[in-house]
Ligand binder design. Structure first.
Ligand SMILES: [Zn+2]
Length: 481
């Protein structure tokens, strides 16, 4: 979360490219490119911004190679996204996004190339054109909220941005993207078995996250697995397709060393500039604030806000901004206008409170829709330097939300200097295994509560597979400041 309140028009992006022919005509049209270019900055802002660094140069170069192998030389744009969510996705116009979370779990250049080739496969197969309209607005009553209020921002809150960009492809489309991707991977000169290795790594991630779920409930299902359904049969299918190319496993290069060299120093986990989501807790070492949601809530970090989902259809955001003249009441009113636009809203009397030593204002509101009123609860907190922070929570059900929201609203607090200092960024460091090293000694160097599990998972290693001196491994360590 960064400290400004933004406005979003993801809806226009999501609907761009609809209504065209299915898999006919060129895979990348000038019209699609222009639409994707126009939305690029906004989409990036929504997902964490572009990651700056050598790793992004590396990704762009590799992407160019894969696009060329797919006959789309110079027609695709590859971007490394600054989030630890594991995901990759393609937007019509061949704008392809890969997260640093995905780069962290990849073990070779060939594996990363296979992900890019798969996404280019979705472009060549023109899958999004058929998918977007049908799936994106599915469920949640999200559509109803937008139709009834005409408010895109409220729609986003009701839906949650992560859900918004969840392009769900059919199994047939996934298989086609796998098949097309494998061809591009092979043409670009990589070991075609890298694709099944990569799919295997992703399903191990699912297991790893399931096993360490208590640590981080919000991320228990990797985004990539949600958007690209992973099954054992898909891994096996990719392996058989690689065998069918006639190539022997490892006959063609995967470039492990070159990849690890490029990866060395990549930020791992949350970015301190966006704050840390730790299970149901959120803490921002730069803004020096935090809160903790009650059991049953999940948090998702995005650059503009923390998206919050609770029981009984409770949804909302935590964000911040400048306090206007008129204080917290004026802030709450400005926030409501931003959230709702011109939608009719009934605002109740604000109730002043002290929350953990901070001045706060609780404002109940109700949005009128054709289906009755949607309760909207706002809590605003006065911070230093003319800034304020807020929760804005909508609920689909009429009753019960106040009881669930009170502990959330009362958990807001300022961080001490010591608490802020402990929230240090982590980076991936590539280390060479020394003569006396064991899995235990190397895992002991991991800056994580699940040292051994994370070591085995990031290095794609079975517990009984010994390390060899001279081998390169990924270690997660605290960054020097
Ligand atoms: Zn896919």
């Amino acid at each position: 979360m960064r400290s400004t309140i933004g406005l979003f028009t993801l809806a226009s992006l999501l609907l761009a490219g609809c209504g065209g022919p299915d898999a006919s005509g060129p895979a990348v049209t000038g019209e699609d490119r222009a639409a994707a270019a126009e939305q690029h900055a906004q989409l990036l802002a929504e997902f964490g911004g572009a990651y700056q660094g050598d790793e992004s140069v590396y990704l762009t170069r590799l992407g160019g190679k894969i696009a060329a192998a797919a006959g789309l030389e110079g027609q695709c744009t590859f971007t490394l996204v600054n989030t630890d969510v594991v995901n990759a996705f393609a937007v019509p116009g061949c704008y392809i996004y890969v997260t640093r979370g995905l780069m962290a779990i990849v073990g070779s250049e060939g594996e990363l190339a296979s992900v890019l080739a798969h996404e280019v496969g979705h472009i060549v197969g023109q899958h999004s054109k058929r998918q977007q309209k049908r799936s994106l607005w599915r469920g949640l009553g999200v559509l109803a909220v937008q139709v009834l209020t005409g408010s895109e921002r409220l729609t986003r809150i009701a839906g949650n941005a992560a859900t918004f960009f969840t392009l769900r492809y059919s199994r047939a489309q996934e298989y086609q993207a796998d098949d097309l991707g494998l061809g591009f991977l092979r043409s670009a000169g990589y070991d075609p078995y890298a694709a099944s290795d990569m799919l295997g790594a992703l399903s191990r991630q699912e297991q790893f996250l399931a096993a360490t779920k208590g640590r981080d409930e919000a991320k228990s299902i990797p985004e990539w697995a949600r958007t690209h359904p992973l099954t054992g049969s898909r891994v096996e299918r990719a392996r058989q397709a690689a065998a069918a190319t006639g190539a022997q496993p490892d006959a063609l290069p995967e470039y492990e060393d070159r990849y690890l060299q490029a990866l060395d120093g990549l930020l791992y986990g949350d970015d301190p500039q966006q704050g840390f989501v730790l299970g149901r807790r959120f803490a921002h070492p730069v803004m020096r604030i935090g809160f903790e949601a009650p059991a049953g809530f999940t948090l998702t970090n995005s650059p503009q806000a923390i998206l919050i989902e609770g029981p009984d259809g409770l949804r909302g955001e935590f964000g911040g901004g400048r306090v206007p003249e008129g204080g917290l009441q004026a802030y709450a009113e400005a926030l409501l206008r931003q959230l709702l636009g011109d939608a009719p809203v009934r605002v109740g009397d604000g109730r002043a409170a002290r929350v953990n030593g901070v001045d706060a204002l609780f404002v109940p509101a109700a949005v009128s829709t054709e289906n009755g009123e949607i309760p909207l609860s706002i809590a605003v907190y006065q911070a230093s330097g003319g800034n304020a922070y807020h929760f804005a929570m909508v609920s689909n059900s009429a009753g019960g939300s106040a009881d669930a929201l009170d502990p959330l609203f009362r958990s807001f607090h300022l961080l001490s200097a010591e608490e802020a200092r402990r929230l240090r960024p982590r980076r991936i460091r590539v280390a060479e295994v020394g003569p006396g090293d064991t899995i235990a000694s190397l895992a002991g160097r991991m800056a994580d509560t699940n040292q051994r599990a994370l070591f085995l998972f990031l290095n794609d290693r079975a517990p009984d597979q010994p390390v060899r001196p001279g081998e390169k491994v990924k270690i997660v360590s605290f960054a020097e400041r």
